[in-house]
Design a protein around this ligand. Structure first.
Ligand SMILES: Cc1cc2nc3c(=O)[nH]c(=O)nc-3n(C[C@H](O)[C@H](O)[C@H](O)COP(=O)(O)OP(=O)(O)OC[C@H]3O[C@@H](n4cnc5c(N)ncnc54)[C@H](O)[C@@H]3O)c2cc1C
Length: 380
């Protein structure tokens, strides 16, 4: 009987790993010894980093979207039927349609969910760019924003930890180009003692903020928003007025992780930092945003982890030990304006050091936005 590797979630984490595994074991798939099945809750795949460009009116959403079934390689079966329960004891997953899929190995790549209800007043008072409807709404608000204070508030954890900084730098540049910068106060806040969780990034941002006249406030934990008075109340006891509020919602793990009793209180999967197996589950791997690992929730994290999970699955399916470790590698481009970007690379043992922003790095980021579709297929 064929062995089955089942994936839940067809974001970059799930799809890239499934595609890589299929390319590693073509013979086993052809001979009917191996099935690779991906369960998705959507027939479309959206490239989320594109939302930043949509919100700032630099790109249209259509270019960032593809049908899921055009992104898989031969040997991968894609089933659009959301998983509703993982029954680890029975090695089975139940889907919304009632379908029950058994597995030999399971990979959970269900991502993270922006919680728009975590801060009272958020839905009525704040704009965000972490979902497509929110990004489109923000784009409209920015178009008619000519003067006053734009306040950025940030809930943690959230995916792409550098996106709020990118937004501020790009908006600063756009306002300068349109001659509106003098009428607009840009104020960025962060919940801890510095401007970013990664200290070298915070130090870099502090310098850039000073040069661009962007206000940076630390120890700023939003407690509630009054959309009528246009005030943000913080846990620290402050009352801060705004004219346009851009908020990064705190994220939680996916519902299925909570419903299946596999995650912690916020729905993150307890994951071994090296093997990427769910702790206590010998046949379940987790990767991407879904894990509880103390590293950036980023597509690049999922990218590097996918190579490790695919290689270890290939080993295990061949009866060999899963011996490839994940070293915590993450790589992020950071837009430093409309024409320059920097980048950081780091792992469990090496902190990041932002490079000097350059036009070349900006163009690399734009190029990667196109090459993403190749990386999903495991080509780069
Ligand atoms: C504005 C923005 C900018 C970003 N910029 C960058 C960047 O520049 N660089 C970078 O590296 N990262 C960036 N990211 C982060 C990146 O997009 C995510 O970290 C990445 O998509 C995580 O991949 P994932 O596969 O773990 O999760 P996801 O991409 O969220 O995919 C998970 C999938 O699983 C599905 N799913 C959930 N539950 C179920 C279920 N029960 N059954 C079936 N399917 C399910 C979800 O709907 C989703 O399709 C950005 C994100 C945003 C929002």
């Amino acid at each position: 009987m064929a062995k089955r590797v089942l994936f839940v979630g067809a974001g970059p984490g799930g799809l890239m790993t499934a595609n890589r595994l299929a390319k590693m074991l073509p013979q086993e798939i052809r001979s009917g010894e191996l099935e690779i099945v991906v369960l998705s809750d959507t027939p479309r795949h959206f490239y989320q980093p594109g939302l930043l460009y949509v919100a700032l009116d630099l790109a249209l959403p259509d270019g960032f979207e593809r049908p899921q079934n055009r992104l898989k390689v031969p040997g991968v079966e894609l089933v659009v039927d959301p998983a509703v329960r993982i029954m680890a004891n029975e090695r089975a997953v139940v889907c919304k349609s009632g379908r029950r899929v058994e597995y030999d190995y399971l990979v959970i790549a269900t991502g993270s969910v922006p919680d728009l209800d975590a801060i009272p007043g958020f839905r009525e008072g704040a704009h965000s760019f972490y979902t497509l409807p929110e990004a489109l709404k923000l784009r409209k608000a920015i178009q008619s924003f000519d003067s006053g204070r734009l306040l950025m508030i940030i809930g943690v954890p959230h995916k792409c930890p550098v996106a709020p900084l990118e937004f501020m730098f790009m908006l600063d540049d756009a306002l300068r180009k349109s001659g509106k910068r003098n009428q607009v106060e840009l104020m960025y806040t962060y919940p801890i003692a510095r401007l970013h969780s990664l200290e070298p990034v915070s130090n870099w941002a502090e310098k850039e903020f000073a040069e661009r006249n962007i206000i940076g406030e630390t120890f700023f934990n939003p407690e509630s928003i009054d959309p009528v008075k246009r005030l943000v109340y913080t846990l620290e006891g402050e009352e801060v007025p705004y004219d346009l509020l851009v908020a990064i919602p705190p994220h939680t793990g996916a519902k299925i992780v909570k419903d299946s009793g596999l995650g912690d209180n916020e729905g993150w999967l307890p994951t071994d930092r090296s093997s990427l197996k769910v702790i206590g589950q010998d046949r379940i791997y987790a990767l991407g945003d879904a894990t509880n690992l103390p590293i950036s929730k980023a597509g690049s994290t999922a990218h590097y982890q996918s190579g490790v999970v695919a290689a270890n699955l290939a080993h295990e399916l061949r009866g060999e030990p899963a011996s490839v470790p994940y070293d915590g590698k993450v790589f992020c481009f950071i837009e430093a304006g409309l024409e320059e970007a920097t980048h950081i690379t780091f792992d469990y043992n090496h902190p990041p050091q932002p490079s000097d922003p350059s036009g070349m790095t900006h163009w690399f980021k734009l190029a990667f936005n196109e090459m993403y579709w190749l990386s999903l297929r495991g080509l780069i």
